[in-house]
Design a protein. Structure first.
Length: 273
């Protein structure tokens, strides 16, 4: 496991990569997304696990994204994701509709090393009309019982923020076990953390249940308050005021550029303002 500077970590993502990221309420990689904007990332295919938020909208507005696969793109209480909405209406990005259970299931299949996984709850949904890569078959063990098969989804990268990592690459994510699913499914996993701790997190009986093994982690960067404006466990809460400011500014191209100039392109101490 390598420990890198934040911008160097973001430089690991090549143009056109498929990148899985969590939503704003689940250790979102906001500082990493801002670093990708500074890197001039292009053609990214984002996977929302299971939904997408601030980081996805920011990357879309900055012209970094070609495709989004997610069950939703939203700023929650702050309203619609304005850059995403503009881009979809203008045909600038491709949207692959999904649902929360299907996103988790496809990643689970990849993590288990199987080519597909069956699921039932989405049968009858109009989402199926827009996903020709999903297939309904007859249950081979019971006649007249249709079942949906989803292909395994193995992103090129999983990226998320966490409270701590040790020098062996073990990362503590607390109760957010969906982050482990991302790491198990992805070909490479990059993580930003609040801090590097000494010792081995897996050796601590209290911490171990919330740890992702360093076997799955390729590189880590320290980014204090790296989920901001999202919150992180009991480290710090969501910044609701900032989400509202982003939503207001991002409603227009001019406002979004002003946001980038203030909060993204000019590197500052995270959330110092």
């Amino acid at each position: 496991m390598r420990i890198l500077e934040l911008d160097r970590l973001a430089a690991e993502i090549p143009a056109g990569a498929m990148v899985a990221i969590p939503p704003d309420n689940s250790a979102t990689c906001a500082a990493f997304a801002r670093a990708l904007v500074r890197q001039g990332a292009r053609g990214l295919r984002l996977v929302g696990v299971p939904v997408s938020g601030y980081a996805t909208d920011l990357l879309i507005g900055a012209g970094c994204v070609a495709e989004v696969q997610s069950s939703a793109v939203t700023l929650d209480e702050a309203g619609l994701a304005p850059c995403f909405t503009r881009a979809v209406k203008a045909g600038q990005i491709r949207m692959l509709d999904a649902t929360c259970p299907t996103m988790h299931a496809m990643l689970e299949a990849a993590g288990r090393g199987i080519p597909f996984i069956p699921i039932r709850g989405i049968l009858g949904s109009d989402v199926l009309k827009h996903r020709p890569d999903w297939r309904v078959i007859d249950n081979p063990f019971q006649e007249g019982d249709p079942i949906l098969l989803l292909p395994a989804l193995a992103p090129d990268f999983a990226v998320f923020h966490a409270a701590a990592a040790d020098r062996q690459g073990n990362v503590w994510v607390g109760r957010h076990h969906e982050l482990a699913s991302m790491a198990h499914a992805a070909k490479r996993t990059l993580v930003t953390v609040e801090r590097i701790v000494e010792g081995n997190l897996i050796d601590d009986e209290r911490m171990a249940p919330g740890v992702i093994s360093g076997v799955y982690i390729e590189a880590v960067a320290v980014a204090e308050r790296g989920a901001w404006p999202g919150g992180l466990l009991d480290e710090y809460p969501d910044d609701a005021v900032h989400f509202l400011e982003y939503a207001r500014l991002a409603r227009s191209e001019e406002g979004f550029r002003a946001y980038l100039a203030r909060y993204v392109l000019r590197v500052t101490a995270a959330a110092a303002e």
